[in-house]
Write a new protein. Structure first.
Length: 110
């Protein structure tokens, strides 16, 4: 398998308060998670979510993990951007489910 596609994770940083005690706007930034493989769900397969409901996902993403990226692992409800190397897919989606495999791979359902 070739890991030619890209996965980015949206991180939100709380900036705290200004000198007058007013909350400052949080900072949003796209963090590069690295290379991945994107599989469209062409067979309308389902996955079971934590609340027990079944979900027909649009994309399944598999990415290699590095130790320095453990803090960036997207959880349910997080926003990610996936891009196919050939330009056919460039979307911002919400994570519906995730799984880590032997601390080496990450599997996402979007």
């Amino acid at each position: 398998m070739r890991y030619d596609d890209t996965l980015k994770v949206l991180t939100v940083t709380d900036n705290g308060y200004d000198d007058n005690g007013n909350p400052e706007e949080p900072t949003e930034e796209w963090q590069d998670f690295g290379k991945c493989i994107i599989f469209p769900n062409s067979s309308a397969a389902k996955t079971r979510l934590n609340d027990g409901t079944e979900f027909v996902y649009s994309y399944e993403v598999i990415a290699r993990m590095k130790k320095e990226l453990y803090s960036l692992i997207p959880k349910e409800g997080d926003t990610v951007r996936i891009s196919k190397s050939d330009g056919t897919i460039d979307k911002t989606l919400t994570v519906k489910g995730f799984l880590t495999l032997k601390k080496r791979y990450l599997k996402l359902w979007l």
